[in-house]
Design a protein around this ligand. Structure first.
Ligand code: PEP
Ligand code: MN
Length: 337
């Protein structure tokens, strides 16, 4: 349910309604627009059937949200959310390009790639310190040491850092060392982890599950936001289909669909979506043309020797070339890079 207040509603009017909701055992989240203030009600709304909230001073309308997700919906918030990550605005006119190695390896390699990403115009450094590998015998990541390498790369380049969390017991270290916490495709359904990252205001990059529907992705985002963390960025990273020619099938329709249904920023990961470096640039361009707010791209200085996902990683000079092509596409769709 959403409660829309009149432009003339006072803070007291709003407090009066939130106090009443609390008395009834319901939670609420406020969204302040330029003209209207909206309250999203969370909890069993049946309690409100005999409680006409329209009689409260300042209330303009009370509407039931039909979608099963509420706080992430466009009904709750008409304008686009812009997430601030240490001065980098994600979801505004300017596109966000997150790039870096799949896995954090040696310090010199990580810092070297970070400088290349920065020089090419990338805005966020990506790098996995904890890797969710299909085989237990594959490189599992450097863990805390990897996060320290990212912090050093950030110190040298100024790029904020995104890295994937696998275990809620690592939350404190991620809160300290990462600027965006990534929830990977394999953990999109890990509801306890979603609730955990929902308890802070640290931005979260939520990737679509391997076989997750749009509805499931939005409900996972709702898990985070309903705990109080509004700083969620959605990521389309390809889904499993019958096609075996590439690693996954990039579902580009997800971009305008998510934008229609939700106010959250949407970025696209053409690296994991295709699994092949030669497909990354064309799909990155298509993603921006489709309205994505940014990209997540794997870049490695020596992909042949990368410890993870070298086959889909761009060499720095190719990433640089892509960035200059993207400027033209961005301009054509009214965005900036
Ligand atoms: C990643 O971005 O490092 C990753 C593992 O991707 P995904 O969760 O989309 O497979
Ligand atoms: Mn990878």
């Amino acid at each position: 349910m959403i409660i829309v207040f009149k432009p003339s509603a006072t803070e007291q009017d709003i407090d009066h309604v939130t106090d009443r909701l609390r008395e009834l055992g319901l939670k609420s989240q406020i969204s302040r627009g330029e003209e209207r203030t909206i309250l999203g009600v969370i909890g069993d709304e049946r309690i409100l059937e005999n409680q006409p909230l329209t009689v409260f001073a300042g209330v303009e309308s009370v509407t039931t949200i039909l979608a099963p997700w509420k706080l992430v919906s466009r009904e709750f918030q008409k304008w686009d959310s812009i997430i601030d990550v240490n001065g980098v605005a994600i979801g505004g006119k300017t596109l966000t390009i997150m790039a870096g190695p799949c896995a954090v390896e040696k310090l010199e390699i990580t810092v070297g790639i970070a400088h290349e990403v920065k020089a090419a115009g990338g805005t966020v450094l990506r790098g996995g310190a904890y890797k969710p590998r299909t085989s237990p015998y594959s490189f599992q990541g450097l863990g805390r040491e990897g996060l320290d390498y990212l912090v050093e790369a950030k110190r040298q380049t100024g790029l904020p850092v995104v890295s994937e969390i696998l275990d809620p017991r690592d939350t404190d270290v991620f809160l300290e060392k990462a600027d965006i916490i990534q929830i990977g495709a394999r953990n999109m359904h890990n509801f306890e982890l979603l609730k955990e990252v929902g308890a802070y205001d640290k931005p979260v990059l939520l990737k679509r599950g391997l076989s997750a529907t749009i509805k499931e992705l939005l409900l996972s985002a709702e898990y985070i936001i309903s705990r109080g963390n509004r700083n969620v960025i959605l990521c389309e990273r390809g889904i499993r289909t019958f096609e075996t020619q590439y690693r996954n099938t990039l579902d580009l329709s997800a971009v305008p669909t998510l934008k229609e249904l939700s106010h959250l920023p949407v970025i696209v990961d053409p690296s994991h979506a295709t699994g092949k470096w030669s497909l990354v640039a064309p799909m990155a361009k298509a993603a921006i043309a489709a309205g994505a707010d940014g990209l997540l791209i794997e870049v490695h200085s020596n992909p042949e020797c990368a410890l993870c996902d070298g086959e889909e990683s761009l060499k720095p000079h190719r990433f640089k070339e892509l960035m200059s092509d993207l400027k033209l596409i961005a301009k054509a769709v009214g965005r900036e890079l």
